[in-house]
Design a protein around this ligand. Structure first.
Ligand code: AMP
Length: 113
């Protein structure tokens, strides 16, 4: 299967503005930010979407959220932020490599579009 653009970033083949990396995930700034802070937290394992996670992935998914919390603090998002997994066509997913969006730095609307 062809590498996704996120796998190419993880493998260092294309550049990204990386704000965090560890043995389980890489976090980098979204190229088309929807808020003053918009960061994608991406597992190194190329899981296509939330539909594809297994029971064994539960610690990894939890890790993505603790990274989101820590990156939010690093970014100074003291008044709040949002985390989102888009899943599938109706969810607006455009890259088939699981990623957690971290958005903040402005008042976010609800419901989302
Ligand atoms: P989604 O629509 O949930 O699949 O989110 C994919 C996100 O990846 C979008 O917000 C895009 O702006 C972002 N994106 C696509 N290509 C890149 C890239 N090369 N570097 C950083 N972000 C990207």
């Amino acid at each position: 299967m062809a590498k996704t653009i996120f796998q190419k970033i993880i493998d260092g083949e294309i550049p990204a503005d990386i704000v965090h990396e560890d043995d389980q995930c890489v976090a980098f700034r979204d190229a088309n930010p929807q808020a003053p802070t918009h960061i994608l937290i991406v597992p190194r394992t190329p899981i296509p979407s939330l539909d594809d996670i297994t029971d064994e992935d539960e610690p990894l998914i939890g890790h993505l959220f603790t990274v989101a919390r820590d990156v939010a603090a690093d970014e100074g998002l003291d008044t709040g932020y949002r985390t989102v997994f888009n899943c599938g066509a109706d969810g607006g997913q455009s890259v088939d490599h699981l990623h957690l969006h971290l958005l903040g730095g402005r008042q976010l609307d609800w419901p989302p579009g």
